[in-house]
Design a protein around this ligand. Structure first.
Ligand code: NOJ
Length: 563
């Protein structure tokens, strides 16, 4: 059933994405229909009513394409098919049709920087001679050293080790990720054409939009001689050059590729939409979100920010201004399949950096012992903050259940290539990809009739969706109520700050939007008096008309305009 509070969005509404709530499904870990331990497309279809009831607008599926799973499916062997373990194209069509009946849109992940080494083109390239057209679809080069025994450049793989692998005839090929993920040569028109066909293939099947993987990596400087990176080897988005002159990342030429994509998107009614995964300097994010480009870009600054009022205030302002400049809306993300789940991040000391969190994972989450209660409280407060901001919110599966990171996975169970490629220095991303608990009891806690490809913790049932459904104080009910209200409240794309600089210094974020919708987040350590008004929703109890630390409330103050 479409959500009762609003008519289903018109299928021709070109702006549906601007303030959408998009739910990210990691298909292998969502729901398994056939008991092989791997989530699949019929599993997703069977749970679409749950997502409609949750109140999201769209579902983005991480890759479900044929893949040897060297990188969780981000190594695609065929861009226009479904992995047989996950179903068939007919299953996909059935999913899109069911989603349509429920008023949900489907988005898919496109992985254009690299394919799988099992892709027919790469197999052809390996069989072909150096310099052949087949090799020109990827990046093959001779090595350095007397016998070409050294990699062509010092470029590193993002998963550790060099970005080059040598093949038996002596040439090397480029892979900025795992060796099973050879990089395409985007200077080659055949590659460009082929991706246009892939975008049309899924658009024709009713897909509403695309999430674009490594959107900032496609246009490389491949002119001879290739340049070493030297000091630029360690990749930090904020350290990338402002002028787009890095040989690999965020080069200006990438936008010409997306202008071509935009023409493909605009041939549809409504135009297809895309969001860029681009880990670039904040000031250069706008270009990916422009209306003649992809349309929207992930804002990971919000995800990376500490729960500190001052830091969030400026992160939010920057993101809104950037999006406005691009004619887009901002995105808000707290978790995804690449980061430690935020309930667990917030349960660690506030000043913890990414490196500290990686070190914590290596202790299997024991040192320090996370403060679960604090993590839950902060995550609930952050959720209501995020869902009140103008723009689109991206919710990662299980976030609505308050799932923690499974930090204690055994080494032998780890599947993320980061673990092996880093030589055991980085435990990787499996802990946020453990299959969901749907029921408190039963095989794999309702994930499916068999086991699960990553082991679920013994106490996983305590987070199950069915029990949370019955508990009005649960995470699930908080998300559901927030999404229901959000639909009725969203009327503009702006906010007005109400908190004074002094209040912000003491930890209060307070903003208002049209419809007299006020959001107050207390991220300080002292309770804050609440302004008079009608409380619409709160992330925790509000004793004595006060907003306790680590709590967010939505309210109506009774004044039509923001004060
Ligand atoms: C970003 C994806 O989110 C991540 O999971 C993947 O490993 C890399 N891109 C490479 O495709």
């Amino acid at each position: 059933m479409p959500h009762p509070d609003s008519p289903a969005p018109s299928p021709h509404d070109a702006d549906w994405w601007r303030q959408a709530v998009v739910y990210q499904v990691y298909p292998r870990s969502f729901a398994d229909s056939d008991g092989d331990g791997i989530g699949d497309i019929p599993g997703v279809t069977s749970r679409l009513p749950y997502l409609a009831e949750l109140g999201v607008d769209a579902v983005w599926l991480s890759p479900f394409y044929p893949s040897q799973l060297a990188d969780g499916g981000y190594d695609v062997a065929d861009y226009r098919d479904v992995d047989p373990r996950l179903g068939t194209l007919d299953d996909f069509d059935e999913m899109v049709a069911t989603a349509g009946r429920l008023g949900l849109k489907i988005m898919v992940d496109i992985v254009p920087n690299h394919s799988s080494d099992q892709h027919v083109w790469f197999q052809e390239a390996l069989a072909a001679a150096p310099g052949s057209a087949a090799r020109e679809r990827y990046v093959f080069r001779d090595g350095r050293g007397e016998r070409g025994e050294l990699p062509p450049t010092d470029w590193p793989s993002s998963f550790g080790g060099p970005a080059w692998t040598r093949i038996p005839d002596g040439q090397w090929y480029l892979h900025l990720y795992a060796p099973e993920q050879p990089d395409f040569n985007w200077d080659n028109p055949e590659v460009r054409e082929d991706f246009h066909d892939t975008l049309r293939f899924w658009s024709d099947r009713g897909v509403a939009g695309f999430r674009v993987d490594v959107a900032h990596g496609l246009a490389k400087d491949l002119r001879a001689p290739l340049r070493d990176l030297g000091e630029q080897r360690s990749y930090q988005p904020d350290a990338l050059p402002v002028d787009g002159s890095h040989p690999l990342w965020d080069r200006d030429a990438v936008h010409e590729i997306y202008r071509g994509w935009r023409q493909v998107f605009n041939a549809y009614d409504p135009p297809r939409f895309a969001v860029a995964e681009a880990w670039v300097r904040t000031s250069r994010r706008t270009a990916y979100a422009s209306s003649d480009g992809l349309g929207q870009a992930f804002n990971f600054d919000f995800l990376g920010a500490r729960l500190d009022a001052g830091e969030l205030h400026s992160t939010i302002d920057t993101a809104l201004a950037d999006a406005r400049r691009a004619g887009a809306t901002s995105t808000w993300v707290l978790s995804n399949h690449d980061v430690v789940r935020h309930v667990s991040r917030y349960a660690l000391p506030v000043d913890y950096t990414k490196q500290d969190i990686e070190a914590w994972l290596l202790t299997d989450g024991r040192e320090p012992v996370p403060d679960r209660a604090a993590g839950v409280r902060k995550a609930r407060a952050a959720a209501l903050l995020m869902l009140a901001l103008p723009g689109s919110a991206y919710v990662y599966q299980g976030e609505e259940l308050g799932l923690p990171e499974v930090a204690g996975l055994e080494r032998a169970d780890l599947q993320d290539p980061m673990w092996v490629r880093s030589g055991g220095r980085v435990k990787g991303r499996d802990g946020c990809r453990v299959p969901l608990p749907w029921t408190g009891e039963g095989s794999s806690f309702g994930f499916g009739p068999g086991g699960s490809w990553l082991p679920q913790p013994a106490d996983w049932g305590q987070y199950a969706a069915d029990a949370q459904n019955e508990d009005e104080d649960s995470f699930l009910r908080l998300y559901r109520e927030a999404l229901r209200l959000r639909r009725t409240l969203v009327a503009d794309e702006d906010l007005k700050w109400q908190s004074s600089p002094d209040q912000t210094r003491r930890g209060l974020l307070w903003f208002a939007r049209a419809n007299d919708w006020h959001t107050l987040s207390n991220l300080g350590d002292q309770p804050v008096p609440l302004p008079p008004g009608e409380i619409l929703l709160a992330s925790g109890p509000l004793p004595d008309d006060e907003l306790p630390p680590w709590t967010t409330a939505w309210l109506r103050t009774g004044s039509a305009s923001a004060r």
